[in-house]
Design a binder for this molecule. Structure first.
Ligand SMILES: N[C@@H](CCC(=O)N[C@@H](CS)C(=O)NCC(=O)O)C(=O)O
Length: 544
């Protein structure tokens, strides 16, 4: 007997689950074709060391992380002096590490066997269907939605082309603007170059390949600042996000703040991509951040234009979000929740997290820290970042491990709305169950073969092939993880049992780790759900 978690239902009864045959539901949700970049030693989590037959992904990651951090510093990461050359080498080294991983054809294993007892997908689906469903909230943006109609029935005038991995800050702006204004739109997701090939149909309408692009009544418009203006002009009946007369004091203030956003962006770029003059990089950046904080304070907050949410917030959001994660990850400085150092900024982050439009399109620290390097040509660590980096990567032995601590304003990543671990686990379980065939095959790439050609985002490997022989094992392991997430207490679940059974323990472990490291926020699920899922995957990995 095992008991489904009592989700807001103290009376929820226990249900029996049977273990057994894998079902073959072909659910056609978007595949978790995930790409995450893990330059430097982060990549090591996927690696099998040469000739090694037993894989302990986390221990090895820490070991390689230390090695790589030392190499980075030896190459000028802390004391610096080699600028872009250093970054290029760091990036190439990271790719080289992945190629080593990619060099394997099939997984050399120790032959260690495991047994995995789990309900079928059909049973998991039934458990989920018996839980109370949260009503669909039309105000909440959803990265997986292919259209947003906001209650309308006519064909939307707008088609938005945005990046498939939800990495592009410029696409994020337009996405948020459409959501805030509740303008109906359909969406087509296009790869960024570092992730894979762009479809010819897109290149025909947008030869530069740059995202975002919209079609408005069939007319193609590119360049996010132009798109944003056109949207404001063409949809006056929808909530105006810059409702100020040109030349008015408020209009001037909005313009000034937008310029300040670009100044902050410039200082951030300078600092985050530079491996030298770390101190001056920090002072130059924090000088503008101080001004941003002061402006937020003088405007009365919580938003840039006071109590009104406007295009100024939309201009700042994608980059402040990326700054918060990358500066902590690569420089060890917390700009979000830094004990009152930037108090008005904290209030802004908190207010933004309460917007349902933003919550559904906001990324987490892990995703951003790893999607930036291929976009920026590399990010440079300064040596002060090690503990934050390891915590964000979940190799500190705490952050991606059960039992997870509370998620609140004191967390490593503050401000994700309410902290409801049960709801988060249910969300993760639903995402996996509804797309399990694809997710299993995707995870099994971890014990399969790398793709050719590869792409510049080190972990993007759209042509990789799963280890077919191990798919039943990966399938069972994933069912076991989902089942565990649906229990009140993970201790009541028998995880994978080593030294027995029919499955290959190493191949299964590698596959779960491969998946764990590629859960992207918001593309695959929300941060609270991803946090739970990563930790439950680790719970299973630790038993293999
Ligand atoms: N100035 C452009 C910048 C757009 C841009 O840089 N887009 C990036 C993604 S964030 C892009 O499409 N790069 C090509 C690619 O990676 O495929 C805008 O604001 O729209």
């Amino acid at each position: 007997m095992s008991c489904v978690i009592p989700y807001r239902d103290a009376q929820h009864r226990c249900r029996s689950t049977q273990t057994g045959v894998r079902e073959t539901h072909h659910v056609t949700l978007v595949c978790v074709v995930v790409v995450m970049v893990r330059i430097s030693a982060t990549t090591a989590r996927l690696s099998t060391s040469q000739g090694s037959t037993r894989v302990q992904p986390r221990a090895r990651a820490v070991e390689r992380r230390g090695r790589c951090a030392r190499t980075v510093r030896a190459a000028g990461g802390v004391s610096g002096g080699e600028g872009k050359d250093f970054m290029k080498r760091a990036f190439e080294r990271a790719r080289g590490m992945l190629e080593n991983v990619g060099g394997r054809t099939g997984v050399a294993t120790s032959g260690m066997k495991c047994d995995i007892d789990a309900p079928t997908w059909g049973e998991l689906e039934r458990m989920l269907s018996e839980l109370p469903q949260e009503p669909v909230d039309d105000d909440a943006s959803d990265a997986s939605a292919s259209e947003r109609l906001f209650g309308t029935t006519s064909t939307p005038r707008v088609k938005l082309y945005r990046d498939s991995a939800s990495w592009c800050p410029y696409s994020q702006k337009i996405w948020m603007q459409l959501e805030e204004k509740r303008i109906p739109y359909v969406k087509e997701k296009i790869n960024m170059r570092c992730y894979g090939l762009k479809p010819e149909s897109f290149m025909k309408i947008a030869p530069s390949g740059a995202l975002p692009v919209i079609e408005l009544d069939g007319q193609v418009i590119s360049e996010s600042s132009v798109i944003a203006r056109v949207i404001e002009d063409e949809f006056p009946e929808h909530k105006p996000l810059l409702p100020y007369a040109p030349g008015s004091a408020e209009g001037e203030r909005a313009r000034y703040l937008m310029q300040m956003e670009r100044a902050l962006f410039g200082r951030w770029m300078q600092w985050i991509t530079s491996s030298w003059s770390d101190g001056s990089g920090y002072s130059a950046y924090s000088e503008v951040l101080d001004s941003v904080d002061a402006e937020l304070g003088s405007g009365g907050g919580p938003y840039f234009m006071g109590s009104d949410f406007t295009m100024v917030d939309i201009a700042f959001a994608p980059f402040l979000e990326r700054m918060a994660s990358s500066i902590l990850y690569y420089k060890g400085v917390k700009i979000e929740g830094n004990g009152g150092r930037w108090p008005h900024l904290d209030s802004w982050f908190a207010a933004m997290a309460n917007r349902k439009t933003y919550r559904g399109i906001k990324s987490d620290y892990y995703t951003t820290a790893h999607d930036l390097p291929p976009q920026l040509g590399g990010c440079a660590e300064n040596g002060d970042n090690v503990s934050a980096r390891d915590a964000i990567d979940g190799v500190d032995g705490v952050n991606w491990r059960l039992p997870l601590g509370p998620l609140n304003e004191k967390s490593l990543e503050p401000w994700w709305g309410s902290d409801d671990p049960v709801a988060a686990r249910i969300e993760a379980a639903r995402k996996i169950v509804s797309n399990h065939t694809n997710v299993v095959r995707f995870a099994a790439r971890g014990c399969g073969e790398p793709g050719k050609p590869s792409y510049s985002a080190p972990l993007s490997d759209p042509n990789a092939r799963p280890g077919e022989a191990h798919i039943p094992a990966v399938d069972a392991a994933l069912r076991c993880v989902v089942h565990a997430m649906l229990q009140p207490d993970v201790a009541s679940v028998q995880g994978p049992a080593k030294n027995a059974g029919m499955f290959d323990a190493d191949a299964t472990s590698l596959s779960l780790a491969y998946l764990r490291d590629r859960v992207g926020v918001p593309r695959d699920m929300s941060y609270p759900a991803a946090r739970q899922f990563r930790a439950y995957l680790n719970w299973a990995i630790e038993r293999l």
